[in-house]
Design a protein. Structure first.
Length: 464
């Protein structure tokens, strides 16, 4: 990379998944990195070991006049004292997404966008590229146990990153290859409606570099609406389960909770694979990974050799424990489509007597806009327990018009058993009393509900 070596960057909120990944890549390219965060962590300590100077707590004096650029995480507000100090000094200030876009310019960038599956697909692609000896650089929105973290720095020219649609952040990215996994209604606290979301994805797709490629789910109706806007550039590769797609998955069979299927390039059989990840939706994610790898020049044999070896990322249908006949999982699903897909995958893989779904809604606005869809999405659960909504980025109007008890009642109106239990401690007591041998408990949501799974397992081990 050019223009990075010797430049001093200060990160406000350096301990985040995205910002820490950027800091690693900058250090690898010879930059001088400092930063601050509200708490110490293994991520912060790892950055220190790489040479970053990091303060705990946000204070004006952490910003020094010799700083060349300041990078802020999405969580940093105008009230932050370091941000105020940087403004006083007239220092250039970049949001995470802006810096990610600038950094990607120095690599062969792959940006993965979609309402669902970004983290899994980005991690899966990074894993296959790494196993194939490509030494990729990557920043993923969740921990990847097989790669030892959520980000990595390699000697290869490929840079894999998630492309987040919230706040149109992904418009800062101009990759060589853009991947469109799917497009649905979400973030309606920011977007006007579904058409507004589709317009944003189309603008992202149009930002692919000259000579680049758009790799897209040819079976997703809204993604196809985006593809119709492009005539000749960028080049389009469609993947899906239908034979009309350039890369297709055919003859899927469920074997002991996992899917086997054939992968075709046009009408040429590349081979058969069995993926370790549960859920039919992961067939499509596997095809997206395959499409990128083929475009990057990997041969089919190498791709198929490593595709089935990927075992997933943190908080995605994550197996936590099986104790006294009770299986405990944790999952990040926080959108109705994700909930339905996760519950179906759980049924297929574990075939439990009963599924206890402990779902923490994420954002009042998302719950309000998608309330009916949420209510319908728990039909494959036997019992759904709902605590109060996780508060983030919400408006007073959203908090006035919806709450978790309303969601539990709507779920009940669908003929499904649902309980509103506000406190995590109350949920734990209910699980301790009512869950039986053969049942499965899954904590679900993008907030802090994973703590219930951890405490429930701890109770089994210590007290039961």
């Amino acid at each position: 990379m050019t223009g990075v070596s010797g430049t001093k960057y200060h990160f406000i909120g350096i301990g985040g998944i995205g910002t820490s990944g950027l800091a690693k890549i900058l250090i690898k390219n010879g930059a001088i990195v400092s930063g601050s965060d509200m708490a110490d962590s293994t991520v912060v300590e790892n950055l220190r070991q790489l040479g970053a100077v990091i303060a705990i707590g946000h204070r004006p004096e952490n910003i020094t006049p010799d700083t060349d650029q300041v990078v802020i995480s999405a969580a940093v507000t105008a009230a932050n004292p370091e941000l105020a100090r940087a403004s006083e000094l007239g220092l250039p200030i970049r949001k995470y997404a802006e810096m990610l876009g600038a950094l990607m310019e120095g690599y062969s960038g792959v940006a993965i966008a979609g309402t669902h599956g970004k983290s899994t697909t980005s991690a899966w692609l990074s894993y296959v590229l790494a196993q194939a000896g490509q030494e990729p650089n990557y920043i993923v929105g969740a921990d990847i146990p097989q790669l030892g973290g959520s980000s990595g720095v390699g000697n290869g020219n490929c840079f894999v990153a998630e492309a987040c649609e919230y706040d149109r952040s992904f418009l800062n990215l101009h990759p060589d290859a853009a991947v469109l996994l799917n497009i649905e209604q979400d973030h309606l606290d920011y977007y006007r409606d579904e058409d507004d979301i589709i317009d944003a994805f189309a603008e992202f797709a149009a930002g692919v570099k000259d000579g680049g490629v758009l790799i897209a789910n040819g079976q997703d109706k809204n993604t196809v609406r985006v593809l119709r806007r492009f005539k000749s550039e960028p080049h389009i590769i469609q993947y899906g389960l239908d034979s009309h797609c350039d890369i297709s998955g055919r003859n899927p069979v469920l074997v002991e909770g996992s899917y086997e299927f054939d992968i075709y390039r046009t009408n040429t059989l590349l081979g058969r694979t069995r993926i370790a990840l549960a859920g039919a939706f992961n067939i499509l994610n596997a095809l997206a990974v395959t499409s990128v790898c083929l475009h990057a020049g990997l041969d089919a044999e190498t791709i198929l050799k490593h595709l089935g070896g990927f075992t997933g990322i943190d908080r995605r249908l994550m197996f936590k424990a099986k104790i006294d006949g009770v299986t405990v999982l944790d999952d990040y699903a926080h959108h109705p489509t994700e909930i339905r897909a996760s519950l179906k995958a759980i049924r297929e893989k574990y075939a439990p007597e009963r599924i206890w779904c402990v779902f923490q809604p994420h954002q009042y606005s998302r719950t309000r806009f998608l309330l009916d869809d949420f209510a319908e999405s728990f039909k494959l659960a036997d019992v759904t327990i709902v605590p109060e909504i996780y508060f983030v980025r919400d408006t007073a109007e959203s908090k006035r018009t919806v709450n978790a008890q309303m969601l539990a009642e709507r779920i009940g109106q669908q003929g499904c058993e649902a309980l509103f239990i506000n406190e995590f401690s109350g949920i734990l007591e209910h699980l301790k009393t009512h869950v039986k041998d053969g049942d499965l408990v899954v904590t679900m949501g993008a907030g802090t509900i994973w703590k219930v799974a951890d405490e429930y397992i701890q109770w089994f081990r210590d007290d039961r």
